[in-house]
Design a protein around this ligand. Structure first.
Ligand code: PEP
Ligand code: MG
Length: 902
């Protein structure tokens, strides 16, 4: 114990000591700088202060014991290696102090360059740069500016104004026209600004500059914008940032210097080649600020062939090493190339698939790894229609791609107008500053939603995603004026009725109508593209990875479909059965009248007559579906929603009756209808007379459906086909409910099936919490369970599924009560626990119990992994999500077998 206490905690790592797998400790930037150093690439020397040190500082408000000494030791070794001392008056070493967390948070945290410059070393720097006074004073003024702003919270505009004043005095608009004397004057002005705001002189002591800059980087972890960004990107708040202290190299020392970024493949399409930008005689911040235009990286070949060739060889080396697309930042200082950063690069969904396929071809990764590197969210993105942007469409604004898709329509500014125009058959885009629950009807009516404020979890974003509607949020270049029914952007005014196009994947906004094209990936799934004979690299990669996912997965994937057409489409998408055929739509349209008669029946004979009329219609419905599914299992759910949904709305009926009475018309029939609607009216229909409760209350209703299913199966079989019906009872909470329905159903089935060879399974939904908790009993009467996670979430949380997402989920997301709607992705701890209990207890009571899920979660990537883990046999989801579920079911196997190699 005593020995342990004397061992000092290691807070500082030389680049030569780290490696790429230490991201938790060294942050992404530090870990990768270490990796490049160890590969022998030319990285400017330096060291990394760990995230542990940052966390210790943030917890206690002071640097942990030992940190200062460790920094001193590493600085000394850096100085030795460079042959220069930090801030030395004659030949100064300068360093940059850069943040670098585990996950990239672009622009969210701080950087201070040129640390070590002061009134004396600025002269030494000039000498080092061959008497380049201008460069030295420019570097010094940049230090005071960055240090003032970042470390001491001096308002940045004050420096900007002083710079503008200097340029005005010189009669120029260009920084490069300021000479050494002008910049020396600017340094004086900056120092005065610094002193005015901080009450002290600009620190001349290099080590003090370094320590304060490090502290500022620690503190920037908790800056408001960083906190907001983390919340949006779901990055944990307690990771802390590492700090990299790196010897400065300069890209702004003349035309033989410069700076750039490079990608080893195109992060947009995945195509192989050289992608990047270069800016001669500049520092990285100039590139970001867009002061001058960069040139394509290829042009570096003409400017500096030696550095170009060297860079290309390092790029190849890095790709081979990381076995993935890398992005790189580099600087050339007087013809010497320096690698400043690398990381596995971000990419579009299409590039993710294409690159994974290419890397398999190149033998760098295997198919398991390729499958691991793509995901269902990316695949879903590739299934949306896209804008065809081959010519002349420039976005006028860019917001947050909050809900994917490509939407084109006339601009409207109010929910009411959206509803009005949509009712006239117009496609509309609802434009608001931000949305609130009052906008719901307009959002439903619109093709797309565009807001000038709010992020990925704003009301607009959450609700639009829930509806599967295209949404761009937070397009803050838009100046939206609701009363005037217009917005302005990029100097143009857009009035109500003008057409705009919005891309919910990229967040880009276009004026006018951009043509939309269908997704090639959907065409492939639908069978109109043959993957073996097409030279579309994306389709080929999707085909290959999907085939592998199918070979890997244990979970079967079924679909929710209740028409022959949906069933056929889902089969093309790879569905292996129907997991939920909701029968209620079969009671709509011209069958409404029969249902109305059934509900209003006063005698057994009247009721039976309606049921007899419905029977052949239902039989035909099922025959069509069984034919399409051709021997694959089809789970048919007996009718679920409250019957009053099939009757006219109470208010409207009451008014009609009153008006007719007033006119002295014969209203006996309408009065009877009104009385029935009143009788059946429920305050809380979701918790009322629906599901199994209906079957127990209305004699013959379920029996009619069971008969139709069994007769359809027999008819298909007798015609030489094959049918595997599974009858599912909804909303069961107690085994006695199921037993009662089951006894009746078995009698009907025995009568119908005879010696046809048709086998009909009977099972239940598990969607009431009580059913999950008594699953052991219920399994005695059920051959299968299908989890209805929509209702299970509704009743588990007590959230009305039709109301809450629009009403207050945005606030819950903002507060972090949950990171994603529990209706979208299964709440593993709560609702998921009910699923787990029911699966375990159900299987304990009946080992061959078939288990599936048919709530919306069946097509959600994270939920699919959960259902795999819990041991379900299948997931069932809407036809469009079937490929996503197949892919994720394959990935879930990799996760549980631990082939997660990254
Ligand atoms: C469910 O509740 O999850 C379910 C699939 O049934 P429905 O959505 O029809 O209520
Ligand atoms: Mg349900």
């Amino acid at each position: 114990m005593a020995a342990q206490e004397t061992v000092e905690h290691k807070y500082v790592y030389d680049f030569a000591e780290g490696n790429k797998d230490l991201k938790d400790l060294l942050g992404g930037k530090g870990a990768n700088l270490a990796e490049m150093t160890n590969l022998g690439l030319p990285v400017p020397p330096g060291f990394t202060i760990t995230t542990e040190a940052c966390k210790a500082y943030l917890n206690t408000g002071q640097e942990p014991d030992g940190l200062a000494d460790q920094i001193a030791a590493h600085l000394e070794s850096l100085e030795r290696g460079m042959g220069r001392k930090l801030g030395d008056p004659d030949d100064p070493l300068l360093v940059s102090v850069r943040s670098g967390a585990k996950f990239s948070m672009p622009g969210m945290m701080e950087t201070v360059l040129n640390v070590g410059l002061n009134d004396r070393s600025v002269v030494g720097l000039s000498a080092q740069a061959g008497g380049n006074d201008r460069f030295a004073w420019d570097s010094y003024r940049r230090l005071i500016q960055m240090f003032g702003k970042t470390v001491c919270e001096v308002p940045g505009e004050e420096f900007e104004h002083a710079l503008d004043d200097a340029k005005r005095a010189k009669g120029t608009k260009n920084d490069l026209d300021l000479d050494a004397d002008d910049l020396r004057g600017l340094v004086d002005a900056y120092k005065k600004i610094f002193a005015k705001h901080t009450g002290r002189e600009f620190p001349q002591e290099p080590r003090e500059q370094l320590d304060l800059a490090i502290r500022a980087v620690f503190e920037s972890w908790n800056a408001e914008r960083a906190v907001v960004y983390r919340r949006q990107e779901r990055i944990p708040a307690d990771l802390g940032t590492a700090v990299n202290v790196v010897a400065m190299v300069f890209g702004n020392l003349g035309s033989d210097s410069g700076t750039g970024v490079a990608f080893t493949r195109d992060p947009g399409s995945g195509a192989q080649g050289i992608y990047g930008d270069y800016l001669a005689n500049a520092q990285g911040e100039d590139v970001v600020a867009g002061i001058r235009n960069t040139v394509p990286l290829q042009e570096l070949e003409q400017l500096d062939k030696k550095s170009y060739d060297e860079l290309l060889s390092y790029m190849a080396r890095l790709e081979e090493h990381y076995k993935d697309l890398c992005d790189i930042e580099f600087t050339i200082e007087r013809g010497k190339l320096w690698m400043l950063q690398t990381r596995v690069g971000k990419r579009t969904a299409a590039a993710a698939f294409v690159i994974a396929g290419q890397l398999v071809d190149e033998g760098l990764i295997d198919l398991d790894e390729a499958l691991h590197r793509v995901n269902g969210a990316q695949l879903a993105q590739l299934m949306f229609p896209r804008f065809k942007l081959d010519h002349d469409f420039e976005p006028v604004a860019k917001g947050i791609g909050a809900s994917p898709g490509a939407a084109v329509g006339k601009v409207v500014f109010t929910s009411a107008r959206a509803v009005e125009l949509a009712a006239e058959g117009e496609a509309v885009i609802l434009v608001r500053r931000e949305t609130n629950p009052d906008d719901l009807n307009g959002m439903i009516a619109a093709k797309g939603i565009l807001t000038s404020r709010g992020g990925k979890t704003s009301h607009a974003a959450v609700v639009a995603r829930g509806m599967g509607k295209t949404c761009v949020s937070g397009a803050d270049e838009l100046d939206v004026n609701i009363p005037a029914k217009k917005f302005t952007v990029a100097g143009q005014t857009v009035n109500e009725g003008d057409v705009v196009s919005i891309d919910g994947t990229t967040g880009k906004v276009y004026l006018g109508e951009v043509p939309v094209m269908p997704s090639e990936v959907v065409q492939y799934f639908e069978g109109s593209l043959d993957p073996e004979h097409i030279d579309n690299p994306l389709v080929r990669a999707v085909h290959r990875i999907m085939t592998h996912a199918d070979a890997k997965r244990r979970l079967r994937v079924r679909t929710n479909a209740d028409t022959g057409a949906d069933a056929a489409r889902a089969r093309r998408f790879g569905a292996e059965g129907i997991g939920l055929c909701r029968t209620e739509h079969m009671f709509l349209g011209d069958r409404r009248e029969l249902v109305e008669r059934l509900i209003l029946a006063n005698t057994d004979a009247e009721r039976e007559a309606s049921l007899d009329a419905l029977l052949p219609l239902q039989r035909e419905d099922f025959i069509e579906i069984f034919r399409e599914m051709d021997g694959l299992p089809v789970t048919v759910r007996l009718i679920d929603p409250p019957l009053h949904e099939f009757l006219p709305p109470l208010e409207q009926l009451a008014v009609n009756v009153a008006v007719a009475q007033e006119r002295g018309e014969d209203v006996a029939k309408e009065e009877a209808l009104l009385a029935a609607v009143r009788r059946m009216h429920e305050e809380n229909p979701m918790l009322g007379l629906r599901g199994v409760r209906l079957g127990l209350v209305i004699p013959g209703l379920f029996a009619m459906q069971v008969r139709a299913i069994a007769e359809a199966a027999v008819a298909v079989t007798r015609a030489g086909g094959s049918a595997c019906p599974e009858i599912m009872v909804p909303l069961v909470g107690a085994v006695q409910e199921l037993e009662t329905v089951r006894a009746e159903a078995e009698k009907v089935i025995a009568e119908v099936v005879g010696d046809s060879g048709v086998e009909v399974l009977i099972g239940t939904m598990i969607e009431v919490p009580r059913a999950a908790l008594t699953a052991g009993q219920i399994a005695e009467a059920a051959q299968f369970f299908s989890f209805g996670t929509n209702d299970l979430t509704q009743m588990g949380w007590g959230f009305s599924r039709d109301d809450v997402e629009g009403a207050f989920f945005w606030r819950y997301l903002e507060l972090g009560i949950f990171g994603i709607s529990p209706f979208e992705s299964i709440d593993r701890e709560g609702v998921g626990r009910l699923v787990r209990i029911a699966a375990e207890e159900g299987r304990a009571a009946r080992p061959d119990l078939k288990l599936g899920v048919c709530g919306e979660h069946g097509g959600d990537p994270d939920s699919v992994h959960f259902f795999h883990e819990v041991g379900l046999d299948y997931v069932s989801c809407s036809p469009f999500r079937v490929p996503v579920a197949r892919l994720e079911a394959g990935r879930a196997v990799l996760e549980t077998t631990g082939s997660d190699s990254r």
